[in-house]
Ligand binder design. Structure first.
Ligand SMILES: Cc1ncc(COP(=O)(O)O)c(C=O)c1O
Length: 383
């Protein structure tokens, strides 16, 4: 019954640990979970109110596939002002971020073409590439280079079959941030070799310590070959709303639009009014959440510093720490061991690619109390 292409894809390693933690909790175990990549805050009230108002006003009908015109305008405006992306509303498609990534890869990558993507990386890039018939080519990132994607490492992997370079800054699972020079170097490679760039910037607002987020689409002559992805989930604590966006040059936009028209049609109409309120309203709730994430990051780093078996540089953005552990045990086995012995759920680093082996991903999108309790348990179990 099952199509051959499904065999190219494994189940998500992050979902597996999340589900296992849920199962243990249901059995009555007091599991502290550091697995989910999801802010634990409620969606800001004014956003919820705007969506409710839209429902009350009967905003429940079809829209164009690309989304609510006012929302597309607002996304274009903020992407131009904050990130320097030379776009207008006609380049913006409202779509769940994950679907936007999927649509972009489906619309650009032919059978047998290669996509250079970071390793370790978020779990869905490789399956999306495989489902499109492409081949993921991992560019190994290293702790000693702050897990950044270095242009010289990308250059070594480019072949006549390379179609796309996929970037994710700030990154999941490492919390790394691309420097301006990294971005410039990768832009030069894309231009020299006529490649498409897919830049996943969903954590763009969650940056700490004065680090800056750069959009590669803002580099000279890059807009016409770049698709930028961002969204509401992480910035506005709206994961369940399933809403984000992509910004693409016209020919790419048209190609992606066809997939959107024939798949989800568009993002839920009244949800888009909520998103609009988020973008045009006060950004104070976002600042408050980012400050809280920073305090949690500092707490996680302090407590990891007290665990002799864990080693971790300070993550610069997103809400993940990615410590290395001193033990020959494979990371999946280690994660299961910690679930069993410490009642703490983390994700084994290898779920994000080979280069993540001997590491654990700790999502600190949970309360300081949980962080303190969970890391105390990890300390005892690792000792
Ligand atoms: C790097 C990265 N990109 C994209 C997504 C997907 O975001 P959304 O849930 O808004 O589709 C996630 C979610 O965890 C992510 O970590």
């Amino acid at each position: 019954m099952i199509a051959e292409r499904i065999n190219r894809v494994k189940e998500s390693g992050t979902m597996k640990m999340k589900e296992l933690a849920g199962q243990k909790k249901a059995e009555g175990k007091d599991i502290i979970s550091f697995t989910v990549g999801e802010p634990d805050f409620d969606t800001p009230k004014h956003i919820v109110e705007a969506a409710k108002k839209a429902l009350d006003e009967g905003k429940t009908r079809y829209l164009n596939a690309a989304g609510l015109p006012e929302l597309r305008e607002a996304i274009a405006r903020s992407s131009k002002t904050a990130n320097g992306i030379p776009c207008d509303a006609s380049n913006v498609m409202v779509a769940p971020s994950k679907h936007a990534i999927f649509e972009t890869i489906m619309a650009t990558v032919n059978e047998g073409e290669e996509v250079i993507l970071p390793n370790p990386a978020w779990v869905s890039y490789e399956p999306a590439t495989a489902l499109a018939g492409g081949r993921a080519v991992p560019v190994t990132t290293k702790e000693e280079n702050e897990w950044r994607v270095l242009p010289e490492a990308v250059a070594e992997l480019i072949t006549p079959k390379t179609k796309m370079i996929l970037l994710n800054s700030p990154s999941n699972p490492c919390g790394s941030i691309a420097t301006k020079d990294d971005i410039k170097g990768i832009a030069d490679l894309a231009k020299d070799h006529d490649l498409v760039v897919l830049s996943d910037e969903v954590y763009e607002k969650i940056v700490f310590d004065g680090h800056k987020h750069y959009s590669i689409a803002a580099e000279p002559e890059m807009f016409d070959r770049t698709v930028t992805i961002s969204g509401f989930s992480k910035t506005y604590a709206m994961t369940g709303w399933r809403m984000g966006w992509l910004i693409a040059p016209k020919p790419l936009f048209k190609a992606v639009n066809k997939i959107q028209q024939h798949s989800i049609t568009h993002v839920t109409t009244f949800a888009q009014y909520g998103g609009l309120a988020g973008l045009v309203g006060s950004q104070e709730p976002v600042n408050a959440m980012v400050n809280e994430f920073k305090e949690r990051r500092d707490l996680v780093m302090k407590l990891i510093g007290e665990i002799p078996q864990l080693h971790c540089d300070v993550p610069k953005g997103a809400f993940y720490a990615f410590p290395r552990y001193d033990n020959p045990m494979k990371s999946e086995e280690m994660a299961l061991h910690l679930m069993d012995k410490a009642e703490v759920a983390v994700t084994g680093g290898a779920a994000f690619g080979e280069a993540g082996e001997q590491h654990l991903r700790i999502s600190y999108a949970t309360s300081k109390e949980n962080i303190a309790k969970g890391l105390e348990r990890l300390k005892n179990a690792l000792a």
